[in-house]
Design a protein around this ligand. Sequence first.
Ligand code: BDR
Ligand code: CA
Length: 304
Amino acid sequence: KIKILIDTDPGYDDAAAIIAAAFSSKLDLLGLTTVFGNTSLDIVNRNAASMIEYFNLDISYAFGEKEPLNGKNTATEVSEKDVFGLPECETKEDKRGAVEFLKDKLEGESGLVTLVTLGPLTNISKLLKTHPGCKKKIEKIIMMGGALNTGNITSAAEFNIYCDPEAAKDVFGSGIEIVMAGLDVTRETRLYGHDLEKLSGFGDKQRKLVEIIKDCSAKYSLKPEKGIPVHDVCTIMYLLEPEIFGTEKYNVDVETRGEITRGMTLADRRPFSNLEKNTTVLTKINIEKFKEVFFGIMAEIQRF
Ligand code: BDR
Ligand code: CA
């Protein structure tokens, strides 16, 4: 089994990714940490705790950063729709907090661990700065974030990177191998009405996930008729079946000062570039295969 840790800002697509990871027989989910992003840290934490409880996931978790490194959150918009419609529960977070939790989890393993990031990279930047020794325990970072071409929150920047460009820059510059599942592939992962019906048909819990996907994506005016992208799921699908994706290797850096390009991931695509190719960028996706693998896990979930 591949050992993973997930850092996340749930989020309807984070929920889908976490459930896929938790129920995949090929992955060993060692723990989960939260970070502000899709919504406030408070709601993100309640969402994480309530979904772990409702879906019976046996995962320990810790709460992380509530704002970016520079203290100026210009991206998060909080709305009622961000709250998963799940029974409220007492949160059972690990009191060490995300950074110490991640450090201890990494150090507690004899082998290497893959870090999967589904939100802004604030916790990870802090981890790498506070405990640089952890780097040698991280096999690679598979991140939902960035874009080779157009962004979403601005024309240049993808949301997760834009939330904390300084943190993202630290991570790309860390020397750790990065796999970037950016908008170039993730925006293709649209689930349409018939996909959501199929998912609902698998059982009660799956139906609840569909409700979360529909209700929370409405914040972004997304509708099943036009397809609802489940961006974060790409990270897990890449881990399970890398051949779903086409990849290209580049040096990727993050723009932190641009007047209109702050948070842009800039891949050096010059053929003669001699910068270190620090990132495997997912550039193509076989969407039929993606859905086959995703629905395969969702259909098999026996514990539901
Ligand atoms: C990313 O931003 C969030 O809204 C999603 O959960 C995903 O991680 C897409 O840009
Ligand atoms: Ca996310």
